[in-house]
Design a protein around this ligand. Structure first.
Ligand SMILES: [Zn+2]
Length: 471
């Protein structure tokens, strides 16, 4: 986040009056599909892919890659005639390489130049992947669906190349439009898999989709990049949007993503020239004071007393429910924080350490501030007599955090989000113990997919949408 000296009042709309609606029993659904819990990955009954792959190895990662390619090819073979009235010719060339040892000519370069990557090369109609570092890293960090996600994305580019004008693709199409389409096509493919139509893979709509969302987060652009920059892939916030769009709709919807659509909603943008801290504030008494003022102003229109943020250890003293490092204590209408733990969470994400798996656990300042916001809005919801102890309450909370984020993004606000902040919130939302998407007891909504969707709804549609979508 960044700070400004001037402070202006930002008033969020009233939360709405639908507080007495019944709570939804059970876990609900994800885009119309039942929420499932089982191990995601290759099915025991998966057929032999029987593909010709150059330089292929006997490794687990190449086995996964081959199955993913056969599977996504089956998906597109079925979908192309349905949505685009044409056949899907299989991708002409497939190449596996080990970035640590191989030096193979490909697409005007060598595999040593492209190193740790996966890519589609249009002139050769080729999909290539690094089985030496990239695939094992993704699989070990997130699980097998991360490998399928990456190959599904590269096939998304092969799909574009085949559709051309039908997907609005020309020599002038920007990278970000192509990337958003490819992520969306990946979402459409995973929908098909989640419906149980894949011969090769099974994916649960809970932990399985979380693997996908987490891997999209991992391969996001660094904060401060412009979405119009050459090679921009989009932030995790933007990428997960495109994936969810495809998952909730179909391939035709993805092919319709164009520059105007992307310009209207994309959040990726460069740092402000006067943002000296490049988006990271320390978490301390002073910045929490700014946060208190920002929240009080933002929710002044709600007409209920907002909680006071206190540095008193993060647990409620009088036997109230505690959700350290930040808790909402109903009896005193306070939000108590464990400053040291919060400051640790608020340390910037170290991209280098993230890649080698040695991260410090810091998710960035916004993740820390948003956890405080999530507990503050418990007080607002209690003031409105809303149910605060179920899955809907967790999602409503994430939604309100999103609404607050958008509301303070104004010139002159005492605190403003900076590039990368929404991605820090997404990183927090994908933690098993997320507070941003948790109810008053600290129980998060079970699915990363739903949590991210709730944050986005509030961000784009404001707080009124939070209480109507999550009564
Ligand atoms: Zn791409």
């Amino acid at each position: 986040m960044r700070r400004r000296l001037l402070a202006v009042a930002v008033v969020l709309g009233m939360l709405g009056t639908s507080a007495c609606a019944n709570r939804i029993e059970g876990e609900g659904t994800i885009a119309g599909l039942e929420i499932t819990h089982f191990e995601s990955g290759l099915k025991a009954s998966a057929p032999d892919p029987g593909l010709a792959i150059e330089n292929v190895s006997e490794t687990e990662d190449d086995r996964l890659a081959a199955a993913a390619i056969a599977d996504v090819t089956a998906f597109w073979t079925e979908q192309f005639p349905q949505h685009f009235a044409q056949e899907f010719p299989p991708v002409a060339k497939l190449l596996s390489y080990d970035s640590n040892t191989d030096r193979i000519d490909v697409c005007g370069a060598t595999t040593a130049d492209v190193a740790m990557n996966a890519f589609y090369c249009p002139p050769e109609d080729l999909v290539a992947w690094d089985r030496g570092t990239l695939l094992p890293l993704l699989r070990e960090k997130f699980g097998p669906m991360a490998v399928v996600t990456v190959l599904g994305h590269e096939f998304g580019h092969a799909v574009q190349y085949r559709l051309g004008a039908k997907a609005g693709i020309s020599g002038q199409t920007s990278t970000i439009v192509k990337e958003q389409q490819a992520d969306c096509f990946t979402g459409a493919y995973f929908r098909w898999m989640a419906e149980g139509r894949s011969e090769y893979f099974q994916v649960s709509t809970s932990e399985g989709l979380n693997q996908v969302m987490a891997s999209l987060f991992f391969i996001r652009d660094s904060p401060g990049q412009s979405h119009s920059a050459d090679g921009a892939h989009g932030t995790a916030f933007d990428r997960t949007y495109a994936f969810q769009l495809g998952f909730q709709n179909d391939a035709a919807k993805c092919a319709a993503i164009d520059q105007a659509d992307v310009d209207s909603r994309i959040t990726e943008r460069p740092f402000d020239p006067d943002d000296a801290g490049m988006g990271d504030l320390a978490v301390n008494e002073e910045t929490l004071g700014l946060l208190q003022r920002s929240l009080d102003k933002s929710f002044s229109g709600a007409g209920v007393p907002g909680p006071t943020i206190v540095n008193q250890g993060g647990s409620c003293p009088n036997g109230g429910v505690s959700t350290p490092p930040v808790s909402y204590c109903e009896d005193t209408n306070t939000v108590t924080v464990d400053m040291a733990a919060l400051a640790k969470l608020g340390q910037p994400i170290d991209r280098e350490a993230e890649f080698t798996g040695q991260g410090s656990g810091g998710l960035g300042d916004f993740a820390a501030f948003a956890e405080v916001v999530s507990r503050y809005v418990q007080g607002i919801q209690v003031g409105f007599d809303m149910p605060v102890d179920n899955t809907n309450a967790g999602l409503r909370t994430a939604c309100l955090v999103g609404a607050w984020t958008a509301a303070i993004d104004q010139p002159g606000a005492s605190l403003r989000p900076s590039p990368g902040d929404l991605d820090e919130a997404i990183a927090e939302l994908l933690l098993p113990r997320s507070l941003i998407a948790a109810d008053i007891n600290g129980h998060p909504a079970p699915n990363g997919f739903d949590r991210i969707e709730a944050l986005r709804l509030g961000y784009f549609d404001g707080s009124g949408a939070c209480s109507s979508k999550y009564p």
